[in-house]
Design a protein around this ligand. Structure first.
Ligand code: RIB
Ligand code: CA
Length: 307
């Protein structure tokens, strides 16, 4: 597999951290250029603090972190309860051991992309505010972006409204700007995320394993599973992880090409993704994946990080 230069934009967020762990477990597949943060699951400075603490705990203070937008382009942030008061409840983190870089997320991404000798892939795990600002302020980056893999949207599901997923709902105007940009976009909608899960046995395994990454994973996933346990679920969707799994194992996914437009408003429609299959469309939408295979690879990745 050819090594990808990768930028991750996120709002940690339990599932954001799982996606980052999967990335760190595969240095043979990714050269991680940096991680940028944006308002989403919680306020931007809170999710940034969550990321700095996590990377400090993992001993990865070498990874550049850049702070992004504190709000959506037009709408106000709406922090989510599913991630707890801090946005990353369930684990006792150390104080951050380093600071974000001085430049903002958009500048950091622009510089990383334009200075790269190869095209750069972006994994977008949060509202698309930073990505939209990047593409609008610096259109010259477009030809140097391999693809943008987005956890977001849905074909006919919703977790904010009947047909709206949080990352798109939180900043629908930014999402539409990204869909219109002409850059190749791969969407991991709610439908495909349900093939990317952890279960009670995984959580117990990590809680019982007295190693660094397993303890982090066990604590965070045990908290994150609470939302699903209240609803009688025995498997817990790790939404953002689907993006990195796709980049690692695209042959284990099924999808289709088409277009995507975002409804910006409406009591029942804000953030709805209108995905239209068509030959030659520059938006690739993932719909199915090999659940057992992905679950096994995630378990292996956490063991690998503790090896
Ligand atoms: O709808 C799921 C998305 O919203 C994920 O990115 C999760 O982290 C939350 O931000
Ligand atoms: Ca997220």
């Amino acid at each position: 597999m050819k090594k990808r230069k990768l930028l991750i934009d996120c709002d940690p967020g339990h599932d954001d951290i799982m996606a980052i762990l999967m990335t760190l477990a595969h240095p043979e597949a990714f050269e991680l250029l940096g991680i940028t943060t944006v308002a989403g699951n919680n306020h931007m400075r809170q999710v940034t603090d969550n990321l700095l603490r996590t990377l400090t705990y993992l001993g990865r203070t070498d990874i550049p972190v850049a702070m992004g937008s504190e709000s959506a382009l037009i709408l106000d942030p709406e922090p989510q309860d599913a991630h707890g008061k801090t946005g990353l409840d369930g684990f006792d983190f150390p104080e951050p051991g380093f600071l974000p870089v001085p430049e903002g997320a958009v500048e950091f991404m622009k510089n990383a992309i334009m200075n790269s000798t190869e095209k750069v892939t972006i994994a977008a795990l949060a509202p698309l505010t930073n990505i939209a600002l990047l593409l609008l302020a610096y259109p010259e980056v477009k030809e140097k972006i391999e693809e943008i893999v987005i956890m977001g949207g849905s074909v006919c599901r919703g977790n904010m409204l009947a047909r709206s997923e949080f990352n798109i709902y939180a900043d629908p105007h930014a999402a539409e700007a990204v869909m219109r940009s002409g850059v190749r976009v791969v969407i991991a909608p709610l439908e495909v995320c349900d093939y990317c899960i952890v279960n009670e046995e995984d959580i117990r395994y990590w809680q019982n394993k007295k190693t660094k990454t397993a303890q982090l994973c066990g604590g965070l996933m045990n908290f994150f599973a609470g939302y699903g346990r209240q609803r009688g679920w025995s498997e817990f969707t790790v939404f953002d992880l689907a993006t990195i799994m796709y980049l690692l194992y695209p042959e284990r996914f099924e999808g289709f090409d088409g277009t995507c437009h975002v409804v910006p408003d409406g009591a029942y429609t804000r953030g709805m993704t209108v995905i239209d299959p068509c030959e030659g469309g520059h938006i690739h939408t993932l719909m199915k994946a090999d659940k057992a295979f992905l679950n096994a690879r995630f378990r292996e990745a956490i063991d690998l990080l503790d090896a």
